[in-house]
Design a protein around this ligand. Structure first.
Ligand code: C2O
Ligand code: CU
Length: 455
């Protein structure tokens, strides 16, 4: 240790400043190096540019990538850090970056209603403080149905102030791509395609962390892990399940939940995230993360996304980690209402999706008062399903179709199944102009977006 480092160590010992332990790695994803030496600043560089990958044997696919990789590298910070992203657009079309789920100032939210899109060859620096720990993601907010589909999306992990050092973390970015046999994208145009307008673009190739084959690894029996999952698909609902382990959902969009829960499989709609606690069993040969999709015969087909053998060198006790779970939540009485009705107009290849009777082009912003317990009623009238996303705020699902909802945790995206009515609770703590839209990207492109102005 050099002399100056010794002095520094003594200084921090005297002043009682707790030493910051390094942030845990998120295995499975390329990490973005932090270019700023300060402990509480994360500065990274991102470049969006075309490149090529090989997904189908013997073929290449033209993709758009952040820093040359699909998905983009994982951006990691600690809650309260300042994050600075020096972004360069080397695409041939304008773009922005939106930080899905972060409750940051609207000027940094990366939406074209507020920020002029960054032109080809231009740079822009995003800077904000990350207020909440959780699993988030980043993606463009210009022609998202093309730009996100073609590879522009990455995970964003905000660690707790003191992340549990003994819990290995893995990241899984789940996606589907629609490719022909030569590896090329089908060049459907959403403006001319009835199926695309109705269902959004469903892929025929499932991808995990930018590969077709499952991610491989090793886990230790009885050693709990934290798996962070995001569904970046344009339109496809994915169910996920874990084999060979005891597992629970411990976190959702807005961070850890008061009451972790488990099920045979859990539904991860487009845009949403789950944090799973996974404790590998000692009695199995392998642990797997599976994506499950309903099949024609009423059963399920499954695809492995992660396959791990067991490493018996360092078995654990099988105990759950000491998560700092939040207190159970009780809503305040609400004093204002916001209503949203999701519907459809037109037919053939001229379908438009509407919120409160208007497409994005026709929309009038909805106004609400900030820092106010608010009931947001979202009604679906067309029979379609929509992952509804609100920027810049968290909400809870309070009721679904008149019944109290059992959907733990703070969310920024919620699935409305055909004809659902959900009641959400939000305190609208983050004033600003916020986009709210369907996360089926073709629905958003065909009108299903509006703005909520929180005064
Ligand atoms: Cu991930 Cu406006 O969305
Ligand atoms: Cu939709």
């Amino acid at each position: 240790m050099s002399r100056s480092l010794v002095a520094l160590a003594l200084l921090s010992a005297c002043s009682g400043t707790p030493e910051l332990l390094p942030l845990p790695a998120v295995e499975g994803l390329q990490a973005l190096p932090d270019l700023d030496p300060a402990d509480d600043v994360v500065e990274v560089e991102l470049v969006a540019a075309p490149t090529r990958v090989s997904w189908l044997d013997g073929t290449t696919t033209d993709v758009w990538a952040y820093n040359g990789v699909v998905p983009g590298p994982v951006l990691t910070a600690r809650v309260g850090d300042t994050v600075r992203v020096r972004f360069t657009n080397d695409l041939t079309e304008p773009t922005t970056i939106h930080w899905h789920g972060l409750r940051i100032p609207d000027v940094m939210d990366g939406v074209p209603a507020i920020q002029d899109p960054i032109q080809p060859g231009e740079t822009f620096t995003y800077e904000f403080v990350v207020p909440d720990a959780g699993t988030f993601w980043y993606h463009p907010h210009v022609r998202g149905h093309e730009q996100i589909e073609r590879g522009l999306h990455g995970m964003l992990v905000v660690h707790e102030a003191e992340p549990l050092q003994d819990v290995p973390q893995r990241g899984f970015v789940l996606d589907d791509a629609l490719l022909d046999d030569s590896g090329a994208w089908y060049t459907f145009d959403v403006d001319n395609s009835h199926p695309l307008q109705v269902h959004g673009r469903n892929g025929n190739v499932l991808l995990v962390n930018g590969q077709v084959d499952p991610v491989e690894g090793t886990v230790s029996p009885g050693v709990a892990e934290r798996w962070r999952l995001v569904n970046t698909a344009n339109a496809r609902n994915l169910w996920v399940q874990v084999e060979g382990a005891d597992w629970r959902v411990v976190g959702v969009d807005g961070g850890l939940v008061a009451e972790p829960y488990t099920a045979e499989r859990v539904l991860l709609p487009p845009g949403r995230r789950f944090d799973l606690e996974v404790i590998p069993k000692g009695s199995v040969d392998a642990v797997q993360l599976l994506v499950a999709l309903p099949n024609q015969t009423g059963g399920w087909d499954t695809w492995p996304m992660f396959e791990a053998g067991l490493d018996w060198e360092n078995p654990g006790t099988g105990a759950a980690p000491a998560w700092s779970l939040p207190e159970p939540f009780t809503p305040e009485p609400t004093t204002q209402d916001v209503e949203l009705e999701f519907d459809v107009e037109g037919g053939g290849a001229n379908i438009h999706w509407t919120i409160n009777g208007a497409t994005w082009e026709e929309h009038q912003a909805i106004h609400a008062t900030g820092h106010t317990p608010t009931r947001i009623v979202v009604r679906e009238l067309s029979g379609a399903f929509h992952p509804f996303h609100l920027h810049g705020q968290f909400f809870r699902v309070i009721e679904r179709n008149g019944e109290p909802a059992d959907e733990p945790g703070w969310q920024d995206t919620v699935l409305l199944n055909g004809d659902d009515e959900v009641v959400l609770y939000s305190e609208l703590d983050n004033p600003g102009r916020w986009m709210t839209h369907c996360h089926i990207l073709e629905h958003a492109e065909r009108g299903m977006m509006t703005e909520l102005v929180v005064e």
